[in-house]
Write a protein that binds this ligand. Structure first.
Ligand SMILES: Cc1ncc(C[n+]2csc(CCOP(=O)(O)OP(=O)(O)O)c2C)c(N)n1
Ligand code: SF4
Ligand SMILES: [Mg+2]
Length: 351
């Protein structure tokens, strides 16, 4: 519970990373979520990814909306910046913060209710503007915080805990992100840390909107037979199309796969993303083919996971808008009020 403070003691055997922090330094408060909730596994994956990436916690800004999922930024990166916004409004707050200061790493955490219902318009615009951020949806198919109503991502025909059959078609956030122009689109499962941690690391190095839909079972309201977001269902239907490794600049790149199986992509932050294709017919660099593949497999009831689409050189919102490279709060009066001649030139450029 939050009133039980975590002891600040550090175990002497915890290994520090390159910037001197142990894994413990990337944790947050004690979680108040239900024991076994998938969201807690995602928090643990974020902690692991940031520790492995040697990120200084004060360089991260965590943003969220409302929901059990949106509470989770309190449970990781306790020394980072944080903003818990209004239900569904995380993307616009993240967009504004990112425009004001591009030096931070933006990590948005949301739920399927938060992003696919009340925040769907906000989600769409963050994706189409390619805001440089990691956008994680902790997708459990229900509104966990308000006691388990179907969310907009619940599959048609799936059953609630009390046996009610969902009559509505699902919103597919992965398909939408691809269609709207996100340059990094992935899906994973909270129970597959081996897949999720490298995906989060790769997303943090990506220079644009990096969307990860993480299926995250709600053990209290959506983990029964008839649900398509339960631990058992996801394990039985998970079809991974790719595995990725992130190669940091200092690591040697060794070739241990057959030609054609692997794609190496230089990332925005100088790391190399090694993408291993598990299905030879899947091309994660072809947006249209990837969308068709996803829809075909969804129709067969398969849940495709992995890095699904990547456009490494897409350029983000700052590149499109030619915004200031310096954080706005570091600009002085001369930069902010450049005078009548500059205003005249600007007005002339729009005539
Ligand atoms: C404007 C507004 N409308 C409705 C609510 C009530 N509400 C709180 S959380 C939530 C849904 C949360 O679902 P989701 O985003 O899927 O998160 P989960 O709890 O499942 O992780 C709703 C409808 C609210 N807090 N604010
Ligand atoms: S209600 Fe569901 S989503 Fe919320 S904490 Fe409990 S298990 Fe997790
Ligand atoms: Mg939910």
């Amino acid at each position: 519970m939050t009133y039980i403070a975590k002891p600040r003691l550090h175990h002497p055997t915890l290994t520090p990373n390159k910037v001197g922090y142990t894994r413990r330094d990337y944790e947050g408060k004690v979680s108040t979520l239900c024991a076994g909730c998938g969201h807690d596994s995602i928090s643990a994956a974020v902690v692991q990814a940031c520790w492995e990436l040697d990120i200084e916690p004060h360089r991260v800004a965590k943003l969220s909306g409302i929901g059990c999922s949106s509470k989770t930024p309190d449970y990781f990166l306790g020394a980072s910046h944080g903003f818990n916004s209004v239900h569904g409004r995380m993307p616009s707050v993240a967009t504004g913060a990112n425009l004001a200061n591009r030096d931070l790493l933006y990590l948005g955490v949301s739920g399927d209710g938060d992003s696919a219902s009340i925040g769907l318009g906000q989600f769409a615009h963050a994706m189409r503007r390619n805001v440089n951020m990691v956008y994680i949806v902790e997708n459990n198919g229900v509104y966990g915080l308000t006691k388990g109503q179907f969310s907009a991502t619940a599959d048609k025909g799936s059953k609630s805990k009390k046996g009610v059959v969902n009559q509505d078609s699902p919103v597919d956030l992965v398909g939408l992100a691809m269609q709207l122009g996100a340059s990094f689109v992935a899906r994973s499962f909270s129970g597959d840390k081996a897949q999720l941690v490298p995906l989060i690391k790769a997303a943090m190095g990506h220079g644009g909107a990096a969307f990860i839909d993480v299926i995250s079972p709600c053990v209290t309201f959506n983990n029964h037979a008839g649900s398509t977001r339960s631990y058992d269902w996801v394990r039985e239907h998970n079809e991974a199309v790719s595995r990725i490794d992130l190669i940091l600049g200092r690591q040697e790149i060794t070739v241990d796969y057959a030609p054609g199986e692997v794609i190496d992509v230089e990332q925005h932050d100088g790391t190399t993303l090694r993408l291993k294709k598990l299905h030879t017919d899947y091309d994660p660099t072809d947006r249209v083919a990837a969308m068709a593949y996803m829809q075909g497999h969804a129709a067969k009831g398969e849940l495709v996971t992995g890095l699904l689409y990547l456009e490494a050189e897409a350029g983000d919102l700052h590149a499109a808008q030619h915004t200031s490279a310096r954080p706005l709060n570091s600009l002085g009066t001369a930069d902010l009020c450049p005078g009548a001649a500059a205003l005249e030139r600007l007005n002339a450029s729009w005539r």
